[in-house]
Design a protein around this ligand. Sequence first.
Ligand code: CAA
Length: 379
Amino acid sequence: MYFKLSEEHEMIRKMVRDFAKNEVGPTAEERDEEERFDREIFRKMSELGLTGIPWPEEYGGIGSDYLAYCIAVEELSRVCASTGVTLSAHTSLAGWPIFKFGSEEQKHKYLKPMAQGEKIGAYGLTESSAGSDAGGMKTTAVKEGDFYVLNGSKIFITNGGEADIYVVFARTNPEEKQKGTSAFIVEKDMEGFSVGKKEKKLGIRSSPTTEIIFENCRVPKENLLGKEGDGFKIAMMTLDGGRNGIAAQAVGIAQGALDAAVAYAKERHQFGKPIIAQQGIAFKLADMATSIEASRLLTYQAAWLEGEGLPYGKESAMSKLYAGDTAMKVTTEAVQVFGGYGYTKDYPVERYMRDAKITQIYEGTQEIQRLVISRYLSK
Ligand code: CAA
């Protein structure tokens, strides 16, 4: 066992922490309030190589690994969960399936500009009547000559409207459910593609979440990702890694809330001493810190497994389950430590609490994570 991060990982953590503190944190509250996505932050991330952390240099990346990527998502989310999920959806939901299943041509055409930060990626799986039951999607893709013609719509698309490249899933064989599903790379300018309703949300408000619509959207046949009928497995395998990115986001949110709670507990005096010296608060903070550390270890372990080419689907579901619940609990407790002040917008803990909730919902609800984990147990 070796619990020390490598020098490269420590260097990336420091770089992202400084960047997050100086470039992301100062506007986090304002962007949350205004529900404003800031493309300039994404551009600055690309200057640091953050938009292509795990991809080889030939595809525009910096040739690092999934652990480094998780550390980056964690550090960004520590100050702004919206920025964390922007990078997470871009990297693990859109970049990963192209890296893993794309042809050389697709990787050069799509992954490279994404890794270099010229283009933003998104992932379209969920539909209005197919959420947890992702295989129940209704969007169709019918082959017509050199094109697939897509019809239908997807909802809850992270980076929707801001993204240039969408990895989407549609039925190529309506007779079959999962086995009749295929994956496609869709560009925002393709005929018949449009962006629909933008959601107004409880949290991660500066990360856009939209509907995307396909009305006779003509996608060149070269943009089929993998083989026809492979789409459902591609979607599931993508989520295996994506879930760990959300775990990293949850760890970052929880850590940010704990940082704020500890600082406040040291400075706030009641009954003649700082509240951190009151056992009720001190023990609360100790429990928060312990849960965060356990979540972080699960997350790093799953990322390490992925980097080693070992199975990580179960571990990734576990990290997302545990870290998501930890983020919700820790942020709620952080508000409690702040008391009445924590309930106001004068302090960031209410934002952390609102942001934490989504980590229990997206990329598979906590109930779906339990389903995934229990299926591994019964195998
Ligand atoms: N890796 C590889 N193959 C997999 C797989 C995986 N992780 N999971 C399933 N499969 C394969 C199965 O082996 C099976 O193949 P065979 O028939 O050849 O054996 C096939 O896929 C069908 O699998 P299931 O029978 O298990 O499928 P199911 O319909 O029961 O669904 C599920 C399984 C786990 C419930 C799945 O539907 C699921 O994950 N649902 C949740 C969806 C989800 O997470 N959505 C989030 C969307 S993204 C998002 O949140 C937004 C964002 O932008 C952040």
